[in-house]
Design a binder for this molecule. Structure first.
Ligand code: PMP
Ligand code: GLN
Length: 414
């Protein structure tokens, strides 16, 4: 054995909720309502497009493509986001295609944050934001969305405007906003995003807008794009995911979109780490985006039909959770539900020093056969108590999977 160990900058960053709980789900063969991925098929025409790309008459379709994004894909992204952000987007300068949305998050943070810069993170937050900021030498500053008393919906989880304004100072370089939010399913309103935008402008702060669930919006809510607000394009990177958009999380393709001067930072990290993303996947995603843009507004458009299907699932799952006393925080978007398990009276202590929800989720997976995710993973140490009384349930699953999972959860009530 050599005496080498991990580099100092990664010490303490080894724990990862997906690694532990996905392994546990697989090991126990539990009904998997944990990590966020659909258990149903990716749209058939996209599978065909991928086959077609790999067998294309042009053999170069299986070789490296343009470093910053396959030309057909960046053109399709410029057309789609140009329409929804209401501006002309320059495909070769203002878009970067990355390995998943993860890639765009990493490139943005590593490419734009200097050591000592403060980065405001709104909680609950997608867990990788914290280690990414730390790897860049930045200083994460957390502000939680707080539930009002007897919160029933994600609309009851709010940012305190005074506390929020006080987070900004001379050292603040960036804020990361996840809209719709994972794990809460909150869809930020125009008023909330305007408050964020005004503070970004006042303090000259970059906004990373992680919008991977942009198409999963339920009735009565609207997806607002902060990059389209006055004065925000020049300071925002909007991040999207083909995996989420097309129910193809294993394709791991995402993108960052923003002004050329900011995109330069992302490109440098990308070109020295990944260089270019898989060509056939990019070709197939381009076909997907072109197809959905052409049929936008029609009932068969996947961008909207998936949200309709999900809304039915949300309604059914929330109803059952309510009936069995696992009170849900009804989401307005995304594909997760937080359910309050604090009233379940079982002994789930596993002797670790972990938070309550970690212990409960381990117990639930092993003893009841339903895998979920502990929400305190999405909070900083000081605020884990906010997430501890919930479990996160993934609803982008076949009816039969959801039914099986809910039947098992009902046994908690007996
Ligand atoms: N951001 C959020 C909020 C997520 O939930 C996820 C998980 N998909 C990602 C980014 C990463 O997306 P991808 O799988 O495209 O890397
Ligand atoms: N975004 C997905 C989730 O929240 C997957 C996360 C991951 O695989 N790291 O479950």
């Amino acid at each position: 054995m050599s005496s080498y160990g991990p580099a100092k900058r990664i010490v303490g960053l080894d724990k990862n909720v997906w690694v532990e709980f996905s392994a546990l789900a697989a090991e126990t063969k539990a009904v998997n309502l944990g990590q966020g991925f659909p258990d149903f098929a990716t749209p058939g025409y996209m599978i065909e497009a991928l086959k077609e790309a790999t067998t294309h008459a042009n053999p170069l379709m299986n070789q490296y493509t343009r470093a910053f994004g396959h030309t057909r894909l960046v053109n399709a992204l410029a057309a789609l986001y140009g329409k929804f952000q209401n501006r002309t987007i320059e495909p070769t300068k203002e878009i970067l295609v990355t390995i998943g949305a993860y890639g765009s998050l990493f490139n943005s943070i590593m490419g734009l944050v200097n050591p000592g810069d403060e980065v405001i993170i709104i909680e609950p937050f997608f867990d990788c934001y914290k280690p990414m900021v730390l790897l860049a030498g930045g200083v994460p500053k957390y502000i939680p969305l707080k539930p009002r008393e007897n919160a029933e919906s994600t609309k009851d989880w709010i940012l305190d405007p005074i506390e929020f304004a006080a987070m900004f100072n001379d050292k603040t370089k960036m804020i990361i906003v996840n809209n719709p939010n994972n794990p809460l399913g909150k869809v930020f309103t125009k008023d909330e995003l305007t408050m964020i935008a005004e503070l970004c402008k006042k303090h000259n702060v970059i906004c990373i807008s992680d919008e991977v669930y942009e198409w999963m919006i339920y009735t009565g809510n609207k997806h607002e794009r902060i990059a389209s607000y006055p004065g925000m394009w020049e300071r925002t990177i909007t991040i999207g995911s083909a995996g989420k958009t097309f129910s193809a999380t294993g394709w791991k393709l995402g993108w960052g979109i923003g002004p050329e001067n900011l995109m330069k930072g992302l490109r440098v990290v990308h070109q020295h780490s990944v260089y270019c993303c898989p060509t056939p996947l990019q070709e197939a995603v381009a076909v997907g985006l072109e197809t959905e843009l052409a049929r936008f507004g029609q009932p068969d458009c996947y961008l909207t039909s998936l949200a309709e299907e999900l809304e039915e699932k949300r309604n059914k799952v929330c109803k059952v959770l309510h009936e069995i006393g696992l009170e849900p925080i009804v989401p307005d978007g995304g594909y997760f539900i937080l359910a309050d398990v604090s009233k379940i009276n079982v002994d789930f202590d596993d002797g670790t020093s972990d938070t309550r929800d970690y212990k409960f989720v381990r117990w639930l997976t092993k003893n009841v056969g339903v895998a979920t995710i502990p929400p305190s993973a999405f909070f900083s140490d000081d605020h884990k108590y906010i997430g501890e009384k919930y479990i996160r349930i993934c609803i982008i699953k076949e009816e039969s999977t959801l039914e099986k999972g809910l039947e098992l959860l009902k046994t908690l009530n007996k």
